[in-house]
Ligand binder design. Structure first.
Ligand SMILES: [Zn+2]
Ligand SMILES: [Zn+2]
Length: 249
């Protein structure tokens, strides 16, 4: 599997696009679609044509408000294949509501089917296995673990580590985690130090931790300190930028 970082910023980032990731494996899955992600996806032309499905971690606008524009772009491309959309209960009503607000007539004329799968229990997505765990966030957020053959990637979405997400991520090779701040957690987000401590103790197969959703001030002033957190540990810590990618398995 390969994960492409479409965006790695927080909700009000002036430089970075919203957190969104394109996972290429036996299927191609877009994880989250914030308000400026469709614009970014156009810069990865293959992504738009090769997308098989979307996973939505939660309903905050920086993770979901790009959905109507993505659907519009797929429609314009003449897509015929059904698009699978996976998320927690309520995802269908929420996303169709967004689509109706943005472009009321689009739903009736869509050239492809929107296939909603609302689940917080493990499910198959082609050859991929998806598993979920709730994090501690201001709005109900489910982290996802994607397993494809021997490759395992975890993506937190927003929020602090919870007992469930700690159990979920233990066998990941790549973990993409909310690390808004370096030291003390900010609001209902996580700190890089907490995630690194957890990974050092509980994730023996981890190769890389990608810290995302950073506050701009943290990224500007402390990026080097983030990467230094992994000194003498069995994995690296990175602060990826849009356009970066990482392969596992
Ligand atoms: Zn967010
Ligand atoms: Zn959020």
């Amino acid at each position: 599997m390969r994960l492409e970082f479409i965006g790695t910023g927080n909700a009000l980032d002036t430089m970075m696009s919203n957190c969104s990731f394109f996972v290429r494996g036996s299927k191609n899955l877009l994880v989250d679609c914030g308000y400026d992600i469709p614009r970014r996806l156009f810069e990865h032309p293959d992504a738009i044509t090769q997308i098989d499905g979307i996973y939505l971690t939660h309903f905050h606008g920086d993770h979901s408000f790009g959905f109507p524009f993505l659907i519009l772009a797929l429609e314009k491309q003449g897509r015929r294949d059904a698009l699978q959309i996976i998320g927690q209960p309520g995802t269908k009503e929420f996303l169709l509501g967004l689509l109706r607000m943005a472009y009321p007539s689009v739903i009736d004329r869509l050239s492809f089917e929107l296939e909603f799968i609302e689940s917080i229990n493990p499910l198959r997505f082609g050859g991929m296995q998806l598993e979920f765990a709730k994090t501690a966030h201001g709005r109900s957020n489910y982290a996802v673990k994607i397993s494809d053959n021997d490759a395992v990637i975890g993506i937190s979405g927003d929020g602090a580590l919870s007992d469930e997400s700690r159990d979920l991520f233990t066998d990941c090779q790549l973990l993409v985690h909310d690390a808004c701040t370096l030291e003390e957690p900010y609001e209902t987000h996580e700190s890089a130090r907490n995630v690194v401590e957890y990974c050092a103790k509980s994730c023996p197969t981890l190769r890389a931790l990608a810290c995302v959703h950073l506050l701009e001030s943290e990224r500007a002033e402390r990026k080097v300190d983030y990467m230094a957190l992994a000194a003498n540990l069995h994995f690296s810590v990175m602060v990826p930028e849009p356009g970066d990618s990482w392969a596992v398995g």
